[in-house]
Design a protein around this ligand. Structure first.
Ligand SMILES: Cc1cc2nc3c(=O)[nH]c(=O)nc-3n(C[C@H](O)[C@H](O)[C@H](O)COP(=O)(O)O)c2cc1C
Ligand SMILES: Cc1ncc(COP(=O)(O)O)c(C=O)c1O
Length: 220
């Protein structure tokens, strides 16, 4: 029999009461979700142990079954949230087919989450080239050799393929592979969530409206 996984219990009332003292914050308010996201990410950059720009990317497959995995946010602004991947991967195919996705940032050190939903479009070749050029050469060669999400018969075959691309491109720059680029999720809905004691959390929602955003609050 395998051991039971060590699931932590719900906090006790005493544990919550200790948190109440440090939870005396002004209510969460903002006019502009893009600015608030930038503020929260800046705080996460300081407090997270690694990858503060990591986010779960949710998609649906052809049968409507949800799928989810982590990716790194590489640009964010009024136009949306950008990430890069292999276009032939499971996520690449799902994004191309549905044009829809959701993102989730969870910053454990801050006890905050941000949820984003919207339509997804490919970034331009110029934008992808500019980001590609910032990646380390071994990571570039790996992207050439990786048939992401396809079965890998053996690790050695992958390493040989990476070495072969290294020889192919010599000392020059490795160009961006045709199967590697980025997507931009244009948000129609963004929710900021902040932890409060006893699970009485704050939720601030922004919905895209002509010329701006409408805001609302949700029960926790
Ligand atoms: C923190 C973290 C960041 C990641 N960032 C990316 C990324 O930016 N792009 C990417 O293609 N895969 C990234 N991955 C790997 C993906 O989670 C996933 O394993 C891979 O893209 C294949 O997903 P798919 O089969 O659903 O397409 C990351 C994984 C982790 C844990
Ligand atoms: C397979 C893969 N592609 C792309 C990325 C994006 O990050 P970077 O462009 O910094 O390598 C990651 C990050 O973990 C990754 O695992």
């Amino acid at each position: 029999m395998s051991a039971k996984p060590p699931i932590p219990p719900s906090p006790t009332e005493d544990e919550y009461l200790k948190a109440v003292a440090s939870a005396d914050l002004p209510p969460l308010t903002a006019e502009d979700p893009v600015g608030l996201f930038a503020e929260w990410l800046a705080e996460a950059v300081k407090s997270e142990v690694n990858d503060p720009n990591a986010m779960a990317l949710a998609t649906v497959d052809a049968g409507g079954l949800p799928d989810v995995r982590m990716v790194l946010l590489k640009d964010a602004g009024p136009d949306g949230f950008v990430f890069y991947t292999n276009l032939g991967s499971a996520k690449g195919q799902q994004l191309a087919a549905s044009g829809k996705a959701a993102l989730l940032f969870h910053w454990k050190s801050l006890r905050r989450q941000v949820r984003v939903r919207g339509m997804v479009t490919p970034v331009s070749a110029e934008e992808a080239d500019a980001y590609w050029a910032t990646r380390a050469r071994p990571a570039q060669l790996g992207a050439w050799a990786s048939q992401q999400s396809q079965p890998l018969p053996d690790r050695l075959a992958f390493e040989k393929a990476i070495a072969a691309y290294g020889v192919k491109f010599g000392l020059g720059k490795a160009p961006r592979p045709p199967h590697w680029s980025g997507f931009r999720l244009t948000p129609s809905h963004i929710e900021f969530w902040r932890d409060r004691p006893f699970r009485l959390h704050e939720r601030l929602v922004f919905d895209a409206a002509p010329g701006g955003w409408t805001t609302s609050r949700l029960y926790p």
